[in-house]
Design a protein around this ligand. Structure first.
Ligand SMILES: [Zn+2]
Length: 447
């Protein structure tokens, strides 16, 4: 009970949030090689358990929850229904599809008490296709079905770069089922369109590139990338038409040229894949007999699968936006939108302006899009400057300081800082609320 003044109503308080910072600040940074890992670990947003697995701590978990909620909202716009598929997958399903050997050592395998071989799902095409065969026959009129889940996936890979490639990660996977390839293609376009809206909404520049679909036995595939120097995919952007495509020259002897306009003036880039889309056709449904009834006859459904790496998206956004010492988030998925810093205990403003805190907090908390997204740095024994530095390090997009100018009885003013824009202004309380409302509206605009 160090700050009894601020304990009487519900608010998110810095003093109470579990975020163990690293005593080895700076030291780990260069060794780890990625900003997302070093910043998130140093500032106590995540901690490693083992190579490639992390504890997600409260501040990061808030961003994960916001990202998941956002993805769900966009999935529901295309009538996708949420389900959960067990992670424990019978190996049998994967030997039948032939992917057990293809994935090989990337799979985590185990056995149950009856020696039955199981694997921890890295992806769920086999499982969902199996699920579609259970119960009544699906009628032609019931299709399309769009089913998705957000959950943990497992891949035994060479883990590196923090959230970008870990052995256990969170991913959204959507599977769609249609009556024929034409309607499956329309579904494909619809999902890609909602991906465009989602990625645009997040506000981080991205590239959509055509990918090779034959690996998965499919017809059509696109990947969504954030460009970053530590990305694993090499890409090329055409100087004359602007098209970005996968650079295949690293693996083949092809001469680089733009697939669209055939120009040879290409700029090489690296991309972090944050989403993908696959039109699979009947590759799985035919083999596993996932049929619907067409005029009484069973016909394999036409399938698509669509992923977004939730934790990877967050890590990639940080790679894109952060500085060497400051985390930066896309506004809609920032763990907190605003940090309020009340007066320091030993300052004059403490007695004359501290009473504004509750009002500032409660009014900001009613701004559309900001509910429960307000953080109060209630460590009143810490100088305002230090608390401000901390808020900037955590990348909280807006900071409100209740300082000396708030003591003015005639015209109390509050400092509003736009962290990413590196702008600040002094405003009356009403103007402050208006400015933050405007900013939040702008950042939450959908197109
Ligand atoms: Zn071109």
């Amino acid at each position: 009970m160090s700050n009894p003044d601020y304990c009487t109503w519900k608010m998110n308080r810095v003093s109470k949030i579990f975020h163990p910072t690293d005593s080895l600040l700076q030291k780990t940074r260069n060794v780890l090689g990625s900003k997302n890992q070093s910043l998130l670990v140093d500032y106590g947003l995540m901690k490693p358990l083992d190579k490639g697995t992390f504890y997600y701590l409260p501040i990061l978990q808030r961003s994960i929850n916001k990202t998941s909620a956002l993805i769900k909202r966009f999935m529901h716009k295309i009538d996708a229904q949420e389900i959960s598929i067990p992670n424990l997958t019978p190996v049998e399903l994967w030997t039948q599809s032939g992917r057990f050997d293809v994935y090989g050592s990337e799979l985590f395998t185990l056995k149950d008490r009856h020696e039955k071989p199981l694997l921890l799902g890295p992806t769920f095409e086999e499982s969902i296709t199996h699920m579609m065969t259970l119960g009544q026959n699906i009628g032609e009129k019931q299709l399309p079905f769009r089913l998705y889940q957000i959950g943990n996936k497992f891949r035994d890979e060479n883990a590196r770069y923090g959230l970008l490639r870990s052995k256990e990660f969170i991913m959204k996977d959507l599977y769609t089922f249609d009556v024929d390839i034409e309607s499956a293609t329309r579904t494909y376009e619809e999902v890609n369109d909602i991906y465009r809206k989602l990625f645009t909404f997040l506000g981080v520049p991205y590239e959509k590139v055509e990918a090779d679909a034959t690996d998965m036995g499919g017809h059509l595939s696109h990947e969504y990338h954030y460009l970053a120097s530590i990305g694993e995919q090499s890409l090329q952007t055409c100087s004359s038409c602007g098209e970005t495509s996968i650079d295949s020259t690293e693996t083949t002897d092809d001469v680089s040229e733009c697939p669209k306009c055939k120009s040879k003036e290409l700029q090489k880039n690296r991309g972090i894949e944050v989403g993908h889309a696959f039109l699979l056709g009947d590759t799985y449904t035919k083999k596993q007999k996932a049929n619907f009834l067409k005029a009484g006859k069973p016909v394999p459904m036409q399938m698509g699968c669509y992923g977004i790496g939730v934790t990877r998206l967050i890590g990639a956004a940080i790679e894109k936006l952060a500085t060497e010492s400051h985390i930066r988030w896309p506004f809609p998925i920032a763990p907190f939108s605003v940090c309020i810093i009340p007066p320091e205990k030993r300052s004059k403003a403490f007695s004359s302006a501290s009473h504004y805190l509750e009002e500032v907090h409660d009014r900001l908390n009613t701004v559309p899009g900001l509910q429960d997204s307000i953080l109060v740095d209630d460590r009143i024994r810490v100088p305002i400057g230090d608390r401000f530095r901390n808020a900037r390090r955590l990348g909280i997009p807006l900071v409100v300081i209740i300082g000396k100018k708030a003591s003015d009885t005639e015209n109390p003013q509050f400092e509003l800082h736009f962290i990413q824009e590196e702008k600040e202004c002094n405003l009356s309380l009403n103007d402050l609320i208006n400015e933050v409302t405007k900013y939040s509206q702008e950042k939450h605009k959908e197109n």
